[in-house]
Design a protein around this ligand. Structure first.
Ligand code: ADP
Ligand code: MG
Length: 411
């Protein structure tokens, strides 16, 4: 049986144009000035993060070839390359995790999710460029060894913001989370008990692409959501190779579902905030991957290629667009709404400043520049209060659940 869960039925978009209530004073995801307007074409917001040289890069004497020029501009200068790129914001090696949260527009994205929009932030770039660091920071090794608060990433900062807002709104928001990975073209649930199980990816006219039977776990505290993040991340496929000792071998999507439960709000708002940690592109030659590692790398590269292809096509003006091949990979199917549909998206491009990474860095910068031309038409999701979520069956454990946001505790 397919869970209704946090979706509680089909979103019913309200077609009235509406100026979004927040993010008008500061640049907000989707637009440089003013907030995105519901139903109006809105550009993706793309920011760039340049990580510091690592100890190994410094010891090797790698040259620093990327320089921030201020005002969202970055310059790459190396032997036959001299190019400047512009983004909504550039964070250089000295930027703190807090500066990235505040300067990227992440806070506004959280607020938009609370207003019923489907919001996505995704980090992309070469393997070892700082995607996972930006999203999660260095993860705590265990619950008794928490990570330093200053190093917490966009995810934990967003959770804090959501929980604070939820409390200030008199707890009328129900929060739940699901956590998936795409590993070798299989969508797997990182929260279900037992080994990660593959889930079907379906399409319906009203919902677009969706994952059937994914678990969604209700949370009300920082400890609870961080525990889910830690447990899910530990199940995620990672391997060690030449460029990164903990290289993620899967794309991971953690989605927080935000649903208003106020009886007076009819229909209720139902937003999502999805964090996408893409596995990094890699040249098999440089990472020294062979056997299973190279099979994984090929699958990662294929899906990133499909994503790049969709972004190139989406970057064309709407009237000139041809068919967008979202179906070419599971990743592009799951990101279809964020990239070309009714969502609001923030992209964080991550690069290394090292001369050794020059060609991957240039490729990320070109990719990110193209993504700035992609537009969506944001629509808030509204769900009728009369819809009665039916019983949910936990697929892995076969346990019937009585409430769509509750499932048995993780093992
Ligand atoms: P990716 O997820 O892109 O493969 P990681 O996030 O795992 O890369 O980062 C690779 C290494 O670089 C890690 O050891 C990480 O701690 C370090 N790192 C990345 N970004 C930063 C940063 N902004 N400041 C300090 N260290 C960083
Ligand atoms: Mg990673």
């Amino acid at each position: 049986m397919e869970p209704k869960g946090e979706r509680g039925g089909e979103p019913q978009p309200d077609s009235r144009p509406r100026t979004l209530p927040r993010g008008q004073e500061r640049p907000s995801p989707g637009e440089e000035q003013g907030g995105p307007v519901e139903g109006k074409e809105t550009r993706l917001r793309v920011v760039l993060r340049v990580r510091p040289l690592t100890g190994t890069e410094t010891r090797r004497g790698d040259q620093q070839v990327v320089h921030s020029l201020g005002d969202g501009a970055v310059h790459v200068s190396a032997a036959r390359h001299d190019a400047t790129f512009g983004f909504s914001a550039v964070f250089d090696a000295g930027a703190s995790q807090e500066a990235v949260f505040e300067g990227s527009g992440m806070r506004q994205l959280v607020e938009l999710a609370m207003d019923g929009f489907s919001c996505t932030v995704f980090a992309f770039g070469q393997t070892g460029s700082g995607k996972t660091y930006t999203l999660m920071g260095p993860l705590a090794q265990s619950e008794t060894q928490p990570a330093s608060p200053a190093l917490l990433g966009l995810m934990q900062r967003s959770f804090t913001c959501l929980l604070e807002q939820s409390r200030s709104r008199g707890s009328d928001l129900a929060l739940s989370a699901s956590y998936l990975e795409i590993y070798k073209e299989q969508v797997r649930d990182l929260l279900s008990p037992g080994p990660p199980c593959a889930l079907p990816l379906r399409w319906s006219k009203t919902r677009g692409f969706y994952v059937e039977n994914q678990l969604s776990v209700e949370f009300e505290s920082m400890e609870a959501i961080v525990r889910l993040l830690l447990q899910g991340s530990q199940r995620r496929r990672t391997s060690a190779h030449a460029l990164n000792r903990h290289s993620s071998r899967s794309h991971a999507l953690l989605t927080v579902h935000v649903r208003s439960r106020a009886a007076s709000t009819c229909p209720s708002k139902q937003g999502t905030l999805c964090f996408v940690d893409l596995a990094g592109s890699e040249r098999v030659k440089e990472t020294g991957s062979s056997g299973e590692l190279s099979v994984e790398a090929n699958s990662i590269n294929r899906s990133l290629l499909a994503l790049g292809h969709c972004i190139s096509l989406l970057a064309k003006p709407r009237g000139k667009r041809t068919h967008i091949p979202y179906r070419d990979s599971k990743l592009t199917r799951l990101l279809a709404r964020s990239l070309g549909g009714s969502g609001i998206t923030l992209m964080v491009a991550c690069i290394s400043p090292s001369s050794r990474c020059l060609s991957e860095t240039l490729s990320t910068l070109h990719y990110a520049s193209r993504a700035r031309k992609v537009t969506t038409r944001p629509m808030a999701n509204r769900v009728s209060q009369t819809e009665n979520p039916s019983e949910l069956l936990c697929p892995a454990a076969g346990t019937p659940l009585t409430h769509p946001f509750i499932h048995p505790p993780l093992p």
